[in-house]
Design a protein around this ligand. Structure first.
Ligand code: TRP
Length: 447
């Protein structure tokens, strides 16, 4: 039920910062550049841009519209459309909650490492070398403690609610992230070797475009726009009815893509700068080293080579990653918390502690069984659940929702939309093209 006491974003800018904060995360700063670097650079960039525009953006509008219509948690929002099949609404809402929680459980471990890499140079400067080394070396205890620390940060923000927690922190942190990025890109361009990386990133080589690149690029686009698991449904539900949904979605997608692009401008040149300094970035067979190595070996080695400027830059880079991760993790936790709050009538604080705590426990279990569980949880949630849930949302908007009712919803905040090009294409597109295209790419990933 939509109640008047429900939180809302207090301004459109606040919403854009929060939704862009959800979208901009490790997927942009880490996932995108490493995938681009190992898939021929510019070839990946071109296909990625196509995937964002052709598949992810229409689905982002769809998810935001479901949420804004329901003005409630994802389960209730789905129910408000799927009025004849409330069980299906509950079922897929719950699956989305589980997927979101699974993503958060492995995401917290990665974000914890990044916290360790940010803090390490500071401890080193203070002369606490043993502690500094401990933070950057793989160990069960480190993984557990840092994941817990990051989980507490996420719980802290989500517990405060929409306007005072999510919106306030996103609006504070996102501009810091933009500025840090700008400074670091400007710096890297002054270094020898940067141009080589830039060429690889911007000049496409068609030979690299293969079917598996399409799969990777679609997965990356879905992950990057936080699609499939209800995060954008729940953020949409905190939007007021006077907001123009397609336009807002386009702005969020543009910021997300812009940051991914900027991350590529930083990381690919940085790889070659590091190579110039004698760091190995390609193995004997000419393949790029693993993505983990890139962020945790190549970049720190590059910072080490830069003397005291490097200490500062390294700190800046990892803080930037932690900020990006935090504004994303809060959107993942918001999915199950909003469901528990409304459906189980819990207070926000109870729901946040209980569910945040349960997910933190899951992070601990994964940390302690890293080899067996980490990739498993990451793959099941992002390779299977995310695209398949995306197909369900496309079916909800394209088939279950009556076209006129959909128009009534999307018209609010955009009265002229019935005559627009967007409305001529989008409903059909979400009905036919999105589900089929997602299933095709997904099917290919299985073989
Ligand atoms: N989009 C974020 C990133 O690029 C991660 C993220 C936040 C996410 N919320 C999500 C991914 C929901 C999938 C589903 O890192």
């Amino acid at each position: 039920m939509a109640s008047s006491s429900r939180g809302h974003f207090s301004s459109r800018l606040g919403f854009i910062m929060a939704a862009a904060g959800s979208a901009v995360g490790l997927g942009n700063v880490w996932g995108f550049p490493t995938k681009a670097a190992s898939n021929g650079g510019a070839a990946f960039l071109v296909i990625y841009l196509a995937m964002v525009f052709l598949l992810a953006f229409p689905m982002l509008v769809a998810e935001l519209t479901i949420g804004r219509h329901g003005q409630s948690n994802p389960i209730a929002s789905l129910r408000s459309i799927w009025t004849k099949n409330r069980a299906a609404a509950a079922l897929f809402g719950i699956i989305a909650m589980i997927a979101s929680s699974m993503i958060l459980s492995f995401y917290s471990i990665l974000a914890g490492w990044l916290m360790g890499f940010a803090a390490s140079p500071i401890l080193g400067m203070l002369g606490l070398q043993t502690a500094a080394d401990w933070l950057v070396n793989f160990s069960d205890l480190r993984n557990v403690l840092l994941a817990l620390a990051f989980s507490l940060l996420t719980i802290y923000v989500v517990r405060k609610g929409v306007a005072d927690g999510i919106e306030k922190w996103s609006t504070r942190l996102m501009p810091v992230l933009f500025i840090l990025f700008g400074v670091m890109i400007a710096y890297i361009f002054t270094q020898d070797g940067a141009m080589e990386g830039l060429k690889m990133y911007l000049i496409p080589d068609i030979a690299h475009i293969t079917p598996s690149l399409l799969v990777d690029a679609m997965g990356q686009a879905f992950f990057s726009l936080s699609l499939g698991v209800g995060a954008m449904i729940v953020y949409g539900s905190y939007l007021k009815k006077d907001v123009n949904l397609p336009k807002t979605a386009a702005q969020v997608a543009a910021i997300d893509t812009g940051v991914a692009f900027a991350a590529g401008l930083l990381i690919l040149p940085a790889m070659f700068v590091a190579k110039n300094h004698g760091v190995e970035i390609f193995d004997a067979a000419g393949n790029l080293m693993s993505s983990g190595d890139l962020v945790f070996t190549v970049l720190p080695a590059m910072f080490d080579n830069m003397g005291s400027a490097g200490v500062l830059l390294g700190f800046g880079f990892f803080i930037l990653m932690v900020i990006a991760a935090l504004t994303s993790s809060i959107s993942m936790l918001e999915v199950p918390v909003s469901c528990a709050q409304d459906e189980l009538k819990m207070t926000r604080s109870q729901a946040t502690w209980m569910i945040g705590g349960a997910i933190a426990l899951l992070s601990i279990i994964i940390s302690l069984n890293f080899g067996a569980l980490f990739n498993l949880v990451a793959n099941v949630s992002t390779v299977y659940m995310q695209p398949l849930l995306g197909v369900v949302w496309a079916i909800v908007v394209g088939w279950v929702w009556h076209r006129n009712k959909l128009l009534d919803e999307i018209k609010q905040g955009n009265p002229e939309i019935a005559q627009s090009l967007f409305w001529k294409i989008w409903p059909w597109y979400v009905r036919f093209v999105c589900p089929v295209a997602i299933l095709m790419v997904f099917g290919y990933s299985l073989i």
